[in-house]
Design a protein around this ligand. Structure first.
Ligand SMILES: Cc1cc2nc3c(=O)[nH]c(=O)nc-3n(C[C@H](O)[C@H](O)[C@H](O)COP(=O)(O)O)c2cc1C
Length: 169
């Protein structure tokens, strides 16, 4: 019997294409930038107070670390939402020279409980923070511009673990 070309039976070789039509996975985007001016505690709180509710509305989670005039931030969420937010952030005059460090599809979020965890390295760098930085990057000064992607990513993940431990103490 001739095969009906309109048959909607799925051929096995369509499987990869159909799998590709599954929902787009979340992404994690990491960038670093240089602060336009010395960023005070108040300025960081201002960013945090704005970012947390906005990110919550958009299903975005992440972490932002500021130190020595540099920002290192990870944004996690739906691809379109993260891309849109990154465009807005990159246009913000409170910092300049935003440079992408890494963009990856993720199965699991690394910062699920934080709409934006803000860490002020300049005021909060305890001995444990310094040991973490040295172990992950070999550096004594927080400078994300010198961190390769894998290093920056591991550093933020370990920083999150440390912040969770400190919050639990
Ligand atoms: C270092 C830095 C990190 C920021 N992070 C976020 C963030 O996670 N979420 C957010 O909504 N805004 C964040 N902002 C603020 C945005 O840059 C921007 O001011 C805000 O999204 C408003 O954009 P709009 O005026 O285009 O609506 C950040 C700003 C800076 C300087």
């Amino acid at each position: 019997m001739p095969r009906n070309p309109r048959s909607n039976r799925r051929s096995p070789d369509l499987a990869p294409l159909l799998a590709a039509a599954d929902p787009v996975p979340d992404i994690r985007l990491i960038y670093f930038s240089t602060a336009s001016a010395v960023t005070s505690y108040g300025a960081l709180v201002e960013i945090m107070d704005f970012a947390q509710p906005r990110n919550g509305e958009r299903g975005i989670t992440g972490i932002l670390c500021y130190g020595s005039g540099r920002f290192l931030q990870a944004l996690e969420g739906e691809r379109g939402a993260v891309s849109d937010l990154y465009r807005r952030i990159a246009a913000d005059t409170r910092h300049r020279d935003c440079q992408l460090v890494d963009v990856s599809e993720i199965d699991v979020r690394a910062f699920p409980e934080w709409t934006m965890k803000v860490v002020n390295w300049d005021s909060g760098d305890s001995a444990r923070h310094r040991a973490l930085l040295r172990a992950d990057t070999g550096a004594v000064v927080f400078d994300p511009s010198t961190m390769p992607a894998a290093q920056a990513s591991a550093f933020l993940l370990h920083l999150a673990e440390l912040e969770r431990e400190l919050a639990a103490d």
